[in-house]
Design a protein around this ligand. Structure first.
Ligand SMILES: Cc1ncc(COP(=O)(O)O)c(C=O)c1O
Length: 416
């Protein structure tokens, strides 16, 4: 099935009309188009200089030592699991309130995905919910910055490390945010941070993702797994000593033979193209502007819905640091307004407003119920949040009129 921006069945979200305000949308301008055209007219469409340039620009933006750009956020999570050496017998704890990929990456490598509940205020895992879900075999935590809230504090990371596990921050929603004056992606207390550049995210490369890390060995491993586990030179960061020299002796060549490569791990083709990276570099220049405009829209929504918080609850949490809001999630008391969520979404759609549901608690998906016996009640806060949540449109190109149109449509539909 083709991947839709809204990742929702077409029965709920169909093709938008021209006056339609979708729930999310990329912002592409002429400078993005020019950047892509430049690469299209260059010698390299992939494996060229734009990839490293984008990685350097991302690392500089986040003040991280390394960025490894890959084909999408799911690939970034998979590569991070491989680089961390997670595998069969290991448990990976993630949030119940996330997109499938945050959990699936554990299963890709033969580990067990398990779920911690969310804090009902932040809608993210907290130290308390992680402690409550902890088991001795947890070897990694994939902590999800839901909606853009930067949830991985130093205190949380220190505790996870004390248990002998690695900290992976799924910041697919959170690029551009910061905590304690550190940009998301550069936190020294996090082992690896994951970004997605899908078009609904705060900046886009079409499809794309990245692993950010301050650890040279992890960055080297990510590069290895991104490209078939192939090493061309020993310095490429192979885990095994001198694999090219070793292979060259098996083949009877001098190790300096220019075509030589050695495969030391079972890797993948998770490469990103130069075309995508050119778009990424151009978008990165506008990221702070995108974040600011998203915040302005959020402020307008909060003003509009704040006084109705018995039935339409706007996000009440004040994040530490500066968030980069990716989603605006209302918690709605559907019984109080006498509507079903499906009915409300359909009515809003008729009024020209697209909405979405973030997220179906992942532990309730058939795969996870059948494979690991997870059942309703495992993560009550995430399950309660799911019953009430509705994401409103949020993207930088929204005009103040668009925001007013959404507010008006929500008020009329909810009849408040
Ligand atoms: C929290 C989270 N993690 C991971 C992903 C996967 O990213 P991608 O779609 O780029 O594979 C997404 C994308 O929707 C996401 O929202």
């Amino acid at each position: 099935m083709s991947k839709k921006n809204d990742k929702n069945p077409p029965s709920v979200i169909g093709p938008p009309s021209s006056s339609f305000v979708p729930y999310g949308k990329q912002s592409i301008d002429q400078s993005d188009i020019d950047a892509v055209i430049d690469v299209l007219q260059s010698d390299f469409l992939t494996c060229g200089p734009a990839v490293e340039q984008f990685e350097r620009a991302l690392a500089d933006y986040c003040a991280a030592c390394h960025a490894v750009a890959v084909s999408n956020g799911t690939a970034a999570l998979h590569v991070a699991m491989l680089a961390a050496g997670i595998g069969p017998g290991d448990r990976v704890l993630t949030s119940a309130n996330t997109f499938l990929a945050s959990a699936n990456c554990a299963e890709f490598v033969g580990a067990t995905a398990d779920f911690a509940d969310i804090d009902p205020e932040t809608l993210c895992v907290s130290l308390e919910t992680l402690k409550a879900a902890w088991k001795d075999d947890v070897k990694a935590v994939v902590a999800v910055d839901f909606a853009g809230y930067p949830c991985v504090t130093k205190e949380m990371a220190d505790w996870i490390h004390e248990q002998g596990a690695i900290v992976i921050e799924d910041a697919c929603h959170a690029i551009g945010g910061s905590l304690d004056d550190q940009k998301v992606g550069g936190f020294p207390w996090v082992d690896m941070t994951i970004f997605s550049f899908h078009p609904v995210k705060t900046m886009t490369t079409g499809e794309g993702g990245a692993i950010m890390t301050n650890d040279q060995a992890l960055a080297d491993c990510c590069r290895l797994f991104r490209n078939h586990g192939m090493v061309r030179k020993t310095e490429d960061g192979a885990r095994k000593a001198d694999p090219v020299a070793e292979l060259s002796s098996v083949l009877g060549h001098p190790p300096s033979a220019p075509w030589l490569y050695a495969m030391t791990e079972l890797g993948f083709n998770y490469r990103i193209t130069d075309i995508q990276c050119a778009l990424g570099m151009s978008q990165l220049k506008k990221l702070d502007r995108f974040v600011t405009r998203r915040q302005e829209v959020v402020d307008q929504y909060n003003d509009a819905f704040g006084h109705l918080s018995s039935v339409l609850c706007p996000p009440s949490v004040v994040p530490p640091g500066t968030p980069a809001w990716h989603l605006y999630v209302l918690q709605i008391d559907f019984d109080a307004i006498g509507k079903t969520r499906t009915g409300m979404m359909a009515e809003l759609r008729e009024r020209g407003v697209g909405t979405q549901v973030h997220y179906i608690p992942v532990h309730l998906q058939p795969y996870y119920r059948e494979k690991h016996g997870y059942a309703p009640g495992k993560c009550p806060a995430a399950e309660a949040c799911y019953q009430r949540c509705l994401s409103l449109p949020l993207y930088p190109a929204m005009t103040d009129d668009d925001v007013r149109c959404v507010v008006d449509a929500v008020m009329k539909t909810a009849d408040v």
